[in-house]
Design a protein around this ligand. Sequence first.
Ligand SMILES: [Zn+2]
Length: 370
Amino acid sequence: MSNGIELNQSLIAFAFDEPTFFISPFYPHRGSLYCHTKFDLTKNYIKMLYPLKFNTIFKDKIWGGEKIKRILGKDFSPLPNCGETWELSGVQGNISIVSNGPLAGQLLTDLISSYKAELLGKSVFDKYGEEFPLLIKFIDANQDLSIQVHPDDEVARKKHNSFGKTEMWYIMQADEGATLITGFNRELDRQTYLDYFNKGDIESVLNKEEVNAGDVFYIPAGRVHTIGKGIMLAEIQQTSDVTYRIYDFDRKDAEGKLRELHVEDALDALDFKHYDQYKTQYDQESDNRNVLVNSPFFCTNKWSVSKSTELNYALLDSFVILIGLNGQSTLEFEGESIDFNMGEVCLIPASFKYLQLNPTGNFEFLEVWV
Ligand SMILES: [Zn+2]
């Protein structure tokens, strides 16, 4: 980094009686953001944060397809198919790695250790510590997924020392007549549920929904659910890998084995109530923020923009995740510009307050924070 900061370090440190001193990334363009550096009185140089992109983690699944490549343009070879991409993950063993800028190659978890509240936001860091609270995936179901349920925080903490899993789906593409399952189509209790289950007739009490691109479903912990074949979606969920599989259509895995079911665990986690509405209704105002979900775990908005738009996070104490749904755009910040397109995910550090999004034609994206 040779932008003059090194030469002036002792002078600045002397002149400002503060424990740390920041060269503001918001200072009117003094050159490349990528040369902005912060340092402390121990004379350690730390690179400034900026909007981060990550390498995609590809997962093949027995139910996976090829839309991740055909529609999103992501090459998952040498995998035989791709069921899920993990776009932003702090899950052990699957930790996202930065792909752009001077922090390229760094693990998300290492960045959190270094930058803490500056990256996550103070209230998020106070609540979650160094654990990244959300997991972002794209899912392509070429076959029906297993019918499943996730525990809530309380049960997950007791049984697995983990967070529970509340999730949401934004349908990006759906084949004609594609359906998914969310919740029950009638009020049940533990015993009536078990009666249906033991008769092998569980499917008759599940609520099936035909879906189209743009549909949104919020799946709180405890709600039975599965994604049906022909659906590609973006999934936003709590960081947790605890899934109780209830029914798997008697399918066998690559080694010819049935996948494990978790019938007893599921019984303790399931919400047997019936709800009138399972699909999320939302406003669709162009060039404006439309709220999809406002929950204790995450808030998600949808934007459909056709003109240059300022994203202003001055009042927000959280990181922001942008998820490109459709079209192309660029993100501008501090004289820098990065592409931000359909199928891409970008993490905006909490310390970053203003960006300009410039769409090419119409651009749709989700905006997620904690
Ligand atoms: Zn799930």
